[in-house]
Design a protein around this ligand. Structure first.
Ligand SMILES: Cc1cc2nc3c(=O)[nH]c(=O)nc-3n(C[C@H](O)[C@H](O)[C@H](O)COP(=O)(O)O)c2cc1C
Length: 218
C-alpha cells in the first residue's frame, strides 16, 4: 500500500478502487490523470465523494487574490443535462449590498457565456494542483468544439440547487446572479488598459456580480 502523500502505482489504484486495470493504465498516461482518477495528494480515492456544505468562513482561510489569480477557477453554468465550464482567473470575492459576493468577467464569445445568460445561477470551483491540466484544457478549448468532461476526466456533480460543479473540486461556491454590466469603450478611464486587452484579444467582458449562497468543501 502506498504511503499517504507518496507515489501510487497503477496496480495499487486498481486494487484499492476496483477500477479495471486497463482503465487505470489509460488514465495514468493522461496529462490530467489526477483528475481522471480523482485522487488526492494523500492517496485517498475521492471519486465517489459527496461534497460537504461549509460556511463562508471557509474563505477566510484562503488568500482569495491568490486563489483566483494563481490557482484559477472553473466557471460552470447550466443544468446536469446541459452545462458548460471554462477556466477563469480574472475576478474577485468581496462584500457588496451587505452580501458575500463574487465578481467574474466573461467575454461574450465564450460558449459558457451563453449558459450563464440562460441561468439564474452558476458555480465557481477551485481545484488541487493535479487538476491543472484539466483547467488548461477548459481554458484553451471551447465546449463548442470538444466534450470537456470526456477530455479532462472531470466528474460532473449536481448541487442541491441544480447548479453544476465537479467532484474533484476542493472548494465550490454556488452563486446566484445579482447584477451584470457589459463593458464599453467609454467606461475605460485608462485607455491603455482598454487597448491592451480588447480588440484583437477579444470582446469587452460582461461583468457578473453574484451572491455566494452556498459553500462546499471536501
Ligand atoms: C488561466 C486562464 C484564465 C482565463 N480567464 C478568463 C476570464 O477571466 N474570462 C474569460 O472570458 N476568459 C478567460 N479565459 C479563457 C477561457 O477559459 C477560454 O476562452 C475557454 O476556452 C472558453 O471556453 P468555452 O468557449 O467553452 O466557454 C481564461 C483562460 C485561462 C487559461
Amino acid at each position: 500500500m502506498a504511503e499517504a502523500g507518496g507515489p501510487v502505482s497503477a496496480g495499487e489504484v486498481a486494487t484499492i478502487t476496483g477500477i479495471d486495470r486497463k482503465e487505470v493504465d489509460k488514465a495514468f498516461l493522461s496529462p490530467v490523470r489526477g483528475c481522471i482518477l480523482g485522487w488526492t495528494d494523500a492517496g485517498k480515492p475521492i471519486t465517489n465523494s459527496t461534497m460537504k456544505e461549509a460556511t463562508i468562513e471557509t474563505l477566510k482561510a484562503e488568500n482569495t487574490i491568490d486563489l483566483i489569480a494563481k490557482q484559477w477557477m472553473l466557471v460552470t453554468a447550466g443544468t446536469k443535462d446541459s452545462f458548460n465550464t471554462m477556466t477563469a482567473n480574472w475576478g474577485g470575492i468581496g462584500y457588496l449590498w451587505n452580501k458575500n459576493v463574487a465578481f467574474v468577467f466573461v467575454r461574450p464569445e465564450r460558449y459558457t457565456h451563453d449558459f450563464i445568460e440562460r441561468e439564474d445561477r452558476f458555480t465557481l470551483s477551485f481545484y488541487p494542483e493535479e487538476c491543472r491540466g484539466a483547467l488548461q484544457i477548459c481554458g484553451t478549448k471551447s465546449g463548442r468544439d470538444i466534450d470537456k468532461v470526456r477530455e479532462t476526466g472531470l466528474t460532473p456533480e449536481e448541487l442541491p440547487s441544480g447548479a453544476m460543479t465537479f467532484s474533484q473540486a476542493r472548494l465550490t461556491l454556488d452563486c446566484k446572479k445579482l447584477f451584470k454590466a457589459e463593458m464599453t469603450e467609454a467606461d475605460f478611464i485608462d485607455k491603455e488598459t482598454m487597448a491592451r486587452w480588447y480588440g484583437e484579444r477579444g470582446g469587452f467582458h460582461t461583468v457578473y456580480v453574484v451572491e455566494i449562497e452556498k459553500v462546499y468543501t471536501k
